[in-house]
Design a protein around this ligand. Structure first.
Ligand code: ATP
Length: 493
């Protein structure tokens, strides 16, 4: 993971925000290459989920909405995570991410170990327990640890659990709920009536506009409303680079379906498959992905099902996208709170109802991280080590590098420049005339550019160029028309 973070910084994909002032935890800036990759992810999603579907329309709602939206949706009361503070170090943790276990030797408790949730926490906890046993010079057999989250700790355990910051017990507060919405005020007066929230999800903007879209959009059931936009969550412990940040972007669809009991399961499954197909179209295939079905007893009371599409990140397999069957909870809540009917008149059935909804909800930044992790490869070319991002051409920030073989030959420069001008009208391409050709290829490999196009002396004679494939490094000679067709086919648009 450190290597990936290093590459992202070194090559201008992602920077810590306000870095010159020491940064601020949980916020990131996207550099010249990052912004291109990000836009390509969003464009690919919009193209496939909106433009290429007859049953989905788009929306772009305001980030700040009436605060009653968030009361009705339940966010003001319950968009919370459990947190725990260390009074000694002033560190704050997600209580459900802090695990602890009593340490027992031959039936006798000698203390407690605690650590933050990770793939390796079982073995790390075991090491901590062994170290404790050695330090206290206790003889006997260490009993198996029973790790559980701090949220499940009985009151009498609170004082026994060591703080992960200090390693000492007695400084952790009891777990308490923390609302993750960022609050602000609208207008010059700062009182209770001017409170507003930065949206923690884009979904509520869709529900609040349901009637507007139905009245103006000529939609037929079933149909979806899609939105891409920023969301803000004051995460207690932002971590794993851009995986969990405080400002991020979401791509969400609310797909409205009739309320019949027997159809939601089919639509839910269809959306899981559709979304997996889309991931494959940007290079995230079966080997990278998994599915995690939320157990029924862990679902919100109104939800019927939720399946996460997971990705095998270097720090463990984690949620990439959540696909929930939410019943008609949100529209009913807004209908009740606003007093405005949010029913749909189904022409085909000659019937009015409040539709149910399937919600595929994905983070742009999490997708970005998954795409980069899946693409990051180290291999060897002619005995030389190489770092290459095997990005799918669809999302690659630069589609091709255009190289005149030699810088000091005006006719090569002119021909290459002409080709570059032609290609750049269509795609983001890069012109590079400096350094040995092999070095120029390597620079492009590291940022995931799928094609290298070299203009050499033969090009002046017969108009062909060499087209180099980033992954195989194979080169072929192609004419200009073939070049564009070959690129088009692999980029996909
Ligand atoms: P988690 O359990 O990881 O906090 P969640 O279940 O609360 O996520 P949702 O509310 O379902 O997440 O949000 C939908 C999607 O938005 C997630 O699948 C993820 O891709 C993205 N997302 C949510 N929170 C964050 C965050 N803090 N940083 C980056 N992306 C996020």
């Amino acid at each position: 993971m450190d290597e990936i973070v290093g590459l992202c910084k070194r090559r201008g994909f992602i920077f810590q925000t306000s870095e010159i002032y020491g940064g601020i935890n949980g916020f990131f800036d996207y550099g010249p290459l990052g912004v291109e990759l990000r836009r390509n992810i969003k464009d690919a999603w919009w193209k496939d989920m909106v433009h290429l579907r007859d049953d989905v329309v788009g929306l772009d709602s305001a980030i700040i909405m009436h605060s009653d939206v968030w009361k009705a949706s339940g966010h003001v009361d319950s968009f919370t995570d459990p947190m725990v503070d260390c009074k000694e170090s002033k560190m704050r943790y997600r209580a459900d991410h802090l695990f602890y276990s009593p340490v027992r030797v031959d039936g006798q408790e000698i203390g407690c170990v605690s650590l933050l949730e990770s793939e390796k926490m079982e073995s790390e906890a075991e090491e901590l327990a062994q170290a404790m046993k050695r330090k206290l010079a206790v003889q006997g057999e260490l009993e198996p640890l029973e790790l559980k989250p701090y949220t499940e700790a009985p009151e009498e355990d609170w004082a026994k659990v060591p703080s992960p910051a200090t390693g000492e017990a007695g400084s952790l507060t009891p777990p308490r709920e923390f609302n993750m919405m960022f609050k602000t005020h609208v207008g010059a007066l700062q009182d209770a009536s001017s409170v507003a929230y930065l949206r923690p999800e884009t979904a509520q903007g869709i529900f609040a506009n349901f009637k507007n879209v139905v009245d103006t959009g000529r939609v037929k059931m079933p149909f979806g409303i899609a939105q891409v936009g920023k969301a803000f969550r004051n995460e207690i412990t932002p971590r794993n680079f851009i995986f969990r940040s405080r400002e991020f972007e979401q791509m969400e669809i609310e797909y409205f379906i009739p309320p019949d009991e027997d159809i939601w399961e089919r639509y839910h499954r269809e959306w899981i498959d559709t979304r997996k197909g889309w991931f494959a179209s940007i290079g995230l295939t079966g080997e990278h992905l998994g599915e995690e079905v939320h157990p029924r007893d862990k679902l919100a009371h109104y939800a019927r099902a939720c399946t996460d599409i997971t990705f095998k990140f270097p720090f463990g397999e984690q949620e990439l996208e959540g696909i929930a069957a939410r019943g008609n909870y949100d529209l009913m809540q807004h209908q009740q709170a606003s007093g405005k009917p949010l029913e749909f008149f189904d022409e085909a059935r000659k019937e009015k109802y409040v539709p149910h909804v399937i919600e595929p909800s994905l983070g742009v930044d999490r997708t970005f991280l998954a795409v980069v992790c899946a693409a990051y490869t180290k291999d060897e070319i002619d005995g030389e080590p190489r770092t290459v991002l095997k990005l799918h051409p669809r999302v690659a920030p630069v589609k091709a590098g255009v190289f005149p073989l030699m810088k000091n030959k005006p006719e090569l420069m002119e021909k290459a420049r002409g080709l570059y001008e032609k290609l750049r009208r269509r795609w983001n391409v890069f012109f590079d005339a400096s350094g040995a050709i092999g070095r120029r290829y390597r620079r492009m490999d590291e940022i995931g550019t799928p094609f290298g196009i070299t203009v050499d002396f033969d090009s002046l004679e017969d108009g062909t160029v060499t087209l180099r494939d980033r992954d195989t490094t194979k080169q072929e000679r192609v004419g200009e028309d073939e070049l564009i067709a070959a690129m088009e086919e692999r980029i996909g648009w």
